[in-house]
Design a protein around this ligand. Sequence first.
Ligand SMILES: N=[N+]=NCCCCNC(=O)[C@@H]1[C@H]2[C@H](O)[C@@H](O)[C@H](O)[C@@H](CO)[C@@H]12
Length: 453
Amino acid sequence: MSQTPVFPEGFLWGAATAAHQIEGSPLADGAGPSIWTRFAHTPGMMLNGDTGDVACDHYNRWREDVKLMRELGLTAYRFSVSWSRILPEGTGRVNPKGVDFYSRLVDALLENGIEPLLTLYHWDLPAALDDRGGWLNRDIADWFAEYAGVMYRALDGRVKKWVTLNEPWVVTDGGYLHGALAPGHRSRFEAPIASHNLMRAHGAAVKAYRELGKHEIGLVVNIEPKYPASDSAEDQAATRRAHAYMNEQYLHPALLGHYPPELKEIFGEAWPDWPAEDFELIKQKLDFVGINYYTRNVTRAAESYPLNAAMVKQPLGTYTETGWEVFPQGLADLLLWFKRTYGDLPVYITENGAAFFDPPTADVDPRTGARRVRDPLRIDYLRKHIGAVYDAIQAGVDVRGYMLWSLLDNLEWSLGYSKRFGMIHVNYATQERTPKDSARWYAEVIRTHGRKL
Ligand SMILES: N=[N+]=NCCCCNC(=O)[C@@H]1[C@H]2[C@H](O)[C@@H](O)[C@H](O)[C@@H](CO)[C@@H]12
């Protein structure tokens, strides 16, 4: 970044969370179980046996959390809705108390000048639908559109920015190929089917929005630039496969109406011949795309499943607690790639952040009793990545906002509470919230609209 940044007028400064990671009370007020309720209570699936039964108790503490957002000066907040709070069986009967929870949250955000960005699906599929095949059942496109319609009717107008899916790549790579995430399947035959049905469901929900909604809807993907470890043909080919598998697998069908050819090469006999009409459903006009960025990959050819590619650790790189290299230039490179490949569609950075070691309890000043959590590595990470966003905007990419992952320390899926991504520290024993130094820093960035990076 070469000068004091001035971000565009109306640029949104926010933070992001997800229902199952912060809410707790997964079965309260008539909610049905999700695949994560089940997965977390399956022995051996979660580090330390952690579950989302309490999490950050946001289901009860949401007023306090909105107050903290206002104190930090956030102008936007990205959250997700738990499908099985709304439709306990996934389809059919609506649970009014579930709708009320999100309606009250949205009203509180609006009263505090915070724009809601609502994600319809952030991995917590109703268990009842998983029993009917879940993402492997083609009917899920209709089930998802039904659920989306309930939420559009309830909240559209108060919510003006909708997201259909969060990170379909993680849903299938983690949940259907490698099995590390719910529902814990390990099948190279199932993964492409789940992927394709996720995108069909995305298309069906966008189509439903065009009939019911009056504002904006998009898709959120996690993408990361792949750099070849050498200029050997093998490493270049491995990099091309890795790029297609993570970065193009979902954006291509959604925006271009076809898959990248590498997927047939990667999955071979496990890659079906999809019906042409599926792509008419999937490729719906979008108002924006959300990009979740965490790290890059230096990629080499290797014996691996199913990519025959491997990541090369960088000897001089800095790594986060999740083992991801800190590489802010990758965000700028990726945004320029997006613009070159898909054109001038508006983009939001819908997640960016890092887990570094934070203590389980905040420091307390013995004289004043004030609590504090020092997190200089996170401030450095955020400063450099927000700077990369500024550079991409200067280079002509239409980035409209930045959502820091995450508002609160929370349940890092099967890693439990071992990784802290929050700018607000959560003492899980007491549920006490303490804004970390990074939250104070981010508040200044927001107050000065990016000048004080
Ligand atoms: N090598 N490497 N690759 C890094 C791959 C990152 C894939 N994971 C994500 O993007 C998830 C996203 C999720 O929305 C959120 O619910 C998670 O809490 C965060 C943090 O994990 C991120």
